[in-house]
Design a protein around this ligand. Structure first.
Ligand SMILES: Cc1ncc(COP(=O)(O)O)c(C=O)c1O
Length: 471
């Protein structure tokens, strides 16, 4: 493709995307295709000769688009959001066009220094403790793996990097912790059997006394507690583990404290939501995802450490071919995580923060919190529905409950979810809380307004009435 064609299609694609951002509302949120349908339409062999962009783009529209589930749809209420925004999409285009790879400072000083500066902005915007240093990781899963590896090294005085893991190290997280903790524990060599899942209270938050008990028991049995993971905003129900109490226990036993706020961390842009960070001074590391609720398209995860020392000692390597004359004076982010090559993710974050401003981002989050509370009030006002967990952020956990037995209710609620999602107007997901099938209604998409939430509620009520009539 020559430069003029690039220009022409660049304009065309941006036009297409601008239309898509508006028209996505009219597409079914969840793709309706069956497994294998897309692959069946893709030739088994790559083309020998280059094809025209017209043809490729046509195939994008006819083959790929019907197989997309539309995360940017205002009826997106499933999982947690993965919002983009016009500013982040445009920055991503520039990132791709610049095509830089920021493994060391010298390979793109602007990428390294902007990352440093923007993560400092973010630290202040969330009210994280002064002195915490940030780095962008691809995902919270990777950031948590970095935390677990750093905790492992610190617990073994950096010996396991050299000789392999020889001691029985243990990791603690609540029963409601995200699956990325278990994955990280496996990859980091702790062994899944050494992950202790601590019981939760009636609101699904970790019980600190049970954590203390588990650590003591492990110590008595000769294990070395290495890391505690607290979650602010669990995936199933957005429970908030009590950070201050957990931090005191971690400090007393000399373990690393990692805090996973992948989704809910964004809410700390609001001063009135900073209660969740009470006790933050004890955190050794903290992660949240601007790629979830902060309008920065996937992927972009902000990882903070109290002291970069253990992180660097865990990851740094110094092959001759990567040495540069400025190494003592700069941040070479290749040593701040697993990957060597790094995308220029800070650019989109910079564009987003600048184009919305702190106040714009606050207003956006505040509105979602208001809509979630409104939805909650509707659930509470209808006797045939039941709220299943406290509403702390943009997630409402609820179910249909008109007093039937648990088996029938689980079946009816699953049917409700399937029928809702089959309408194409909304997409919700589910979880199980105390053995009860629960619908998760997340309000957090950039374009979701009150009218969408009202329409979703009407749909839920009408399908529920039909289900109860025919039960
Ligand atoms: C609490 C929590 N932690 C971690 C993750 C994983 O995030 P990522 O996809 O960035 O690895 C999620 C994803 O939803 C989450 O809810």
């Amino acid at each position: 493709m020559d430069n003029e064609l690039f220009r022409r299609y660049g304009h065309e694609f941006v036009d297409w995307l601008a239309d898509y951002m508006v028209n996505v509302e009219n597409l079914p949120v969840m793709s309706r295709l069956n497994p294998g349908e897309i692959k069946a339409r893709i030739p088994a062999e790559a083309p020998q000769r280059g094809e025209s962009m017209d043809r490729i783009f046509d195939d994008f529209k006819t083959i790929i688009l019907p197989g997309m589930t539309h995360w940017q749809h205002p009826g997106w209420h499933a999982y947690f959001p993965a919002n983009n925004s016009p500013a982040s999409v445009l920055a991503e285009l520039l990132t791709a066009g610049l095509g830089a790879q920021g493994m060391v400072w010298q390979t793109s000083p602007a990428a390294a220094e902007l990352e440093d500066a923007v993560l400092e902005w973010l630290r202040k915007m969330l009210g994280l403790p002064e002195g915490m240093a940030g780095v962008i990781q691809d995902t919270a899963s990777t950031a948590t793996l970095c935390a677990l590896l750093s905790a492992r090294e610190k617990a073994t005085d950096f010996e396991s990097n050299e000789k392999g893991l020889k001691r029985g190290l243990t990791v603690y997280a609540s029963e409601e912790t995200h699956s990325s903790i278990e994955k990280g524990v496996k990859i980091a060599g702790f062994g899944r059997a050494n992950l202790r899942l601590i019981p939760t209270d009636a609101e699904f938050a970790m019980v600190p006394e049970k954590l203390e008990e588990a650590i003591r028991k492990d110590k008595e049995q000769g294990f070395q507690p290495a890391c505690v993971v607290a979650t602010l905003g669990t995936t199933s129900s957005t429970a908030v583990d009590p950070l201050r109490a957990i931090g005191a226990i971690a400090r007393r036993h000399g373990t690393w404290l990692h805090v996973d706020a992948a989704y809910a961390g964004t809410a700390a842009v609001l001063p009135e939501m900073r209660w969740m960070l009470d006790g933050a001074e004890d955190m050794d590391s903290f992660v949240f995802n601007p790629h979830k609720w902060m309008l920065t398209n996937f992927d972009c995860s902000a990882y903070y450490v109290k002291d970069p020392g253990p992180l660097l000692r865990t990851f740094e390597v110094h092959p001759e071919y990567l040495k540069t004359g400025v190494d003592p004076y700069v941040k070479n982010y290749r040593d701040w995580g697993i990957q060597l090559g790094r995308r220029f993710r800070a650019l989109k974050l910079w564009f987003v923060i600048r184009s919305y401003g702190v106040e714009g981002l606050q207003a956006f989050v505040r509105e979602h919190l208001r809509l979630a509370r409104l939805f909650k009030s509707w659930v509470e006002a209808e006797p045939k529905f039941e709220l299943m967990a406290p509403v702390r952020f943009g997630l409402v956990c609820f179910r249909l409950n008109d007093g039937l037995d648990i088996g029938t209710l689980n079946r009816l609620n699953k049917e409700l979810l399937d029928r809702l999602n089959a309408t194409g107007k909304v997409y919700l997901s589910h979880t199980v809380l105390n053995g009860k099938f629960t619908l998760r209604m997340v309000i957090g998409q950039r374009t979701t307004a009150e009218r969408h939430v009202r329409a979703a509620w009407e749909l839920i009520r009408s399908i529920s009435s039909e289900l109860l009539q025919n039960k």
